[in-house]
Design a binder for this molecule. Structure first.
Ligand SMILES: Nc1ncnc2c1ncn2[C@@H]1O[C@H](COP(=O)(O)OP(=O)(O)OP(=O)(O)O)[C@@H](O)[C@H]1O
Length: 720
């Protein structure tokens, strides 16, 4: 607290001393001006240098250092009179009243304008070291904003077209108040029909030019936004599909779809439209200031004094606005998630009679969003302007009385002033909106930049693959439950040309071995080798062609049977498809269908029986001629005949490594090795006979499964 008070008093002392020093120099300059033998401009520039040095020295002496904002204020404040008078000299070749402007009002005007300029710079122009700082820390809003602009590169031509139209529209718009004032002057003083008509014509021309160009600008920009949004969606979708399965299990679907549909649109729209508004307002503001200067520079400076106050207050609100925007986005995603969850589990909702509860849950989410949006609206409606209109009118009247301006000039000035105040507020407000759009961009970039935990950058594509697979001391836990080990110190070899069967109680990690072989997840420790090379060093496409999996619940896509069997293969002839279907015992049933291989399977394979789906999935695996074929509990949904035929087919693949997960033990007695999993490890390993001879867990399992029950005279084989 004491430290804070000392800092504040040091700042106040620095401010007071600087004001005293500056005012003294300012009045001294006026005094010198009346007696000076030097040129007017030389004296002004020398004086600017002196004021700059004196103010810098005072600040350094008391505060110890100069922050960038102070440097800009001091520079602008010291140089402003010299720049202004040099400019006037050069443009109009007229000398301003030397010395007469040396009063406290012109000093105040200069101070206000310098502060306004420095604050405007502070708010709009990013510091040079921001990019580096942004990289080191989080992705900062401004850095993100520049990144979005860079992503707009393919649309730069369209943006340029939009910019040309925008400049044209602003240029035309700017002259309308000017000619309004002129018309009033012509009507009020000496009425000249020609002048009146030409002023009216010009006014009409500028109005037409302004509306046509504004329309073209809007169309071009919307075109650019649409093209950008499409590109971003595709890019984000591509990045999402590369993520590991764990990402989808730990990230809510509603959140992903919201990023893809809402945030990409928001990012494209808001950034481009904000830049459009920013440029339009900026160009218009500059043009208006120039025109207002030509009408009355004194009134212009007075006007500009409104800027810093409005800017400062607006900045505080921007921070709050950005926080609320992020909260709104999260809350919307949460509501979408509830809908998703309920729709996908509608059976459970209905049978537990929780419709009302779910509707309330959705209502709560929507109310949260509503409340946040209301707060956001209040924040947006904040108007940080300070009214200087009264003071301006007072001075305007004085200037008209002293003949420094006409009534028409004052009308034009007031029209500009009301627009300019709005523009300056827009310039400060637009940053709040830009930060909002950047909030959406940050979320999109978060996914775009995310490196999948299971990398797919392997390049190995050997011509020959024997298909030897080795799990070596593998430890694995699912990302959703990182503390629950599913595989522990798991070692297993799958030999080429052999059939290995994985058996064990449900939940022992058999399917997890398959998922690791498919590289859906990455083991935390240990290695999985294929032909002595780590799985991750293989090319992603190559690996998935060489290792094919048929799972318990095969996924088919709507389309024909032919499309489903050839799924993911660029070139695949009908002969190859039929050959694979024969091996999968699917050919006969396909040929019985009216359209044969062109028959539609329906959404998710809904037109086929469970057994039919399984056979198509097996044909899809076999058509790839994989080196490693994995069947994860597929026979459970097959009829007896198909089951027998498929097992015969499997036995006829001497060059393939086959891994079968089975619950029906009699299906795997012919396997070259049977591996019994228990407690996340390999418990027993050997042929059926060897394991039976051991009389261990497998033996027990077999006997349990084949426990005969005398039930209506039938013998049941129990599945484990
Ligand atoms: N995606 C997942 N996220 C989190 N835990 C999972 C996931 N998949 C499986 N598990 C858990 O991992 C353990 C092993 O499951 P796994 O499916 O590999 O066993 P399994 O032996 O193949 O069982 P089943 O014969 O019933 O298919 C189980 O406790 C299961 O609940």
């Amino acid at each position: 607290m004491t430290g804070n008070a000392a800092t504040v008093s040091r700042k106040v002392a620095a401010l007071l001393l600087a004001v005293c020093v500056d005012l003294s120099l300012f009045y001294a300059a006026g005094l010198v001006a009346t007696r000076s033998e030097f040129g007017h401009l030389t004296r002004l520039w020398a004086h600017a240098a002196l004021r700059g040095s004196a103010l810098t020295a005072v600040t350094l002496l008391i505060l110890g250092d100069l922050d960038p904002l102070l440097t800009r204020v001091i520079a602008a404040h010291s140089l402003l009179p010299a720049v202004f008078e040099t400019g006037t000299d050069a443009l109009y070749h007229e000398d301003t009243e030397r010395g007469s402007s040396v009063d406290v009002r012109s000093w105040l005007m200069c101070a206000g304008a310098s502060l306004a300029a420095a604050l405007f710079w502070e708010i709009t122009v990013p510091d040079a070291d921001d990019a580096a700082a942004g990289k080191e820390k989080k992705q900062k809003a401004r850095v993100l904003f520049v990144r979005v602009l860079r992503l707009y590169r393919p649309e730069y031509l369209l943006l340029l077209g939009g910019l040309v139209m925008l400049t044209l529209a602003v240029f035309c718009e700017m002259f309308i108040p000017f000619y309004t004032g002129r018309v009033i002057d012509i009507l009020g003083t000496r009425y000249q029909p020609n002048e009146f008509v030409s002023a009216l014509l010009l006014m009409g021309l500028y109005s037409l030019g302004s509306s046509v160009s504004a329309g073209c600008r809007g169309g071009i920009l919307l075109c650019a936004i649409s093209s950008f949004t499409c590109r971003m969606k595709v890019k984000l979708f591509g990045a999402l599909t590369k993520q590991e399965i764990g990402f989808f299990e730990t990230t809510k679907t509603g959140e992903i779809t919201s990023r893809l549909s809402k945030d990409t649109t928001l990012m494209g729209r808001a950034v481009c439209l904000n830049v459009n508004v920013l440029l339009r307002t900026f160009i218009k503001t500059l043009g208006m200031i120039a025109l207002m200067m030509s009408l009355s520079w004194k009134l212009t400076f007075l006007m500009l004094m409104e800027t810093p106050v409005a800017g400062l207050i607006q900045n505080v609100y921007d921070t709050r606005y950005q926080r609320l925007s992020l909260a709104v986005q999260d809350s919307t995603a949460q509501a979408a998630e509830v809908v998703n969850e309920v729709v996908s589990s509608i059976h459970a909702v209905r049978s537990f009679n929780t419709e009302k509860h779910e509707a309330r849950r959705y209502d709560d989410c929507l109310m949260d969003t509503h409340n946040l949006k209301t707060q956001q609206t209040y924040t947006t409606s904040f108007n940080g302007s300070v009214c200087v209109c009264g003071i301006m009118l007072y001075y305007g009247r004085l200037f008209i009385q002293s003949g420094q301006m006409t009534t028409g000039n004052l009308v034009s000035f007031i029209l500009y002033q009301s627009d300019l105040g709005e523009n300056i507020r827009t310039l400060t407000y637009i940053f709040g909106d830009m930060l909002n759009s950047v909030g959406a961009a940050a979320k999109v970039f978060e996914y775009l930049d995310r490196k999948p935990e299971v990398c797919m950058e392997g390049t190995l594509k050997p011509d020959q693959l024997t298909g030897n697979v080795l799990f070596h001391k593998v430890n694995f836990a699912y990302p959703k439950h990182p503390n629950k080990a599913v595989l522990q110190d798991f070692s297993l070899e799958l030999k080429s040309g052999q059939m290995t069967a994985l058996v064990g109680q449900s939940g022992n990690g058999k399917s997890t071995c398959v998922s690791l072989l498919e590289r859906l997840y990455e083991q935390q420790e240990g290695e999985i080798l294929l032909d002595n090379e780590p799985l991750k060093s293989y090319d992603h496409r190559f690996l998935h062609k060489k290792i094919a999996v048929v799972s318990q619940e095969p996924v088919l896509f709507s389309g024909s049977i032919r499309d489903n069997i050839a799924y993911g293969l660029a070139e695949c002839s009908l002969d190859e498809i039929q050959e694979a279907a024969r091996k999968a015992n699917a050919h006969d049933f396909i040929m019985k269908l009216e359209k044969g291989y062109n028959a539609e399977v329906g959404e998710g394979g809904g037109h086929l029986t469970k057994s039919g789906k399984q056979q198509i999935a097996l044909a899809r695996a076999l058509v790839r001629q994989p080196q490693v074929l994995i069947l994860d509990e597929i026979t459970s949904s097959l009829d007896m005949d198909s089951e027998k035929k498929i097992l015969q087919t499997l036995a006829r693949c001497p060059n393939q490594t086959r891994l079968v997960i089975a619950h029906k033990l009699e299906n795997i007695v012919m396997a070259d090795q049977i591996v019994l999993m228990e407690d996340s490890r390999v418990q027993e390993q050997g042929t059926h006979q060897e394991l039976m001879d051991m009389q261990g867990s497998y033996y027990k399992l077999w006997n349990d499964a084949h426990r005969t029950t005398e039930d209506n005279g039938h013998t049941h084989i129990l599945n484990i």
